[in-house]
Write a protein that binds this ligand. Sequence first.
Ligand SMILES: [Zn+2]
Ligand SMILES: [Zn+2]
Length: 129
Amino acid sequence: MVSIGFLIAFMIAFWVFNDARKRGHEIGSALLWSIGTCALVVLVLPLYLMFGRRPQVNINKDRDVIDIEATVVSESSISCTMCGHKVNDDFNVCPYCGFTLRPKCKECGHQLSRSDKNCPNCQLPTDLK
Ligand SMILES: [Zn+2]
Ligand SMILES: [Zn+2]
């Protein structure tokens, strides 16, 4: 009778371990849950089902980082002339080095392109390097 009970507890602990790993727990934390379940299955299993199965925060953080990268490096990307990083075509300033990608005329505020020597609107020299 005792050995059957232990076997069931062990099987549940094994399931908890795999389940915890699938949900992004660290191997140590998954092991802790499964050891706890093995020792006190009646107490720890409900606790695990209530708290342990929540999505882990660090997974969401990783996803956010990937999303930011994806928005910076989009299909309409150009290379920053200063640092060479790929940046979105409609960015005004390079997010990596702060280089002004879309300079504006100091006099009239007209949007200039890097190759403009003079402002096409007011003809003032642009002093772009
Ligand atoms: Zn740059
Ligand atoms: Zn101008």
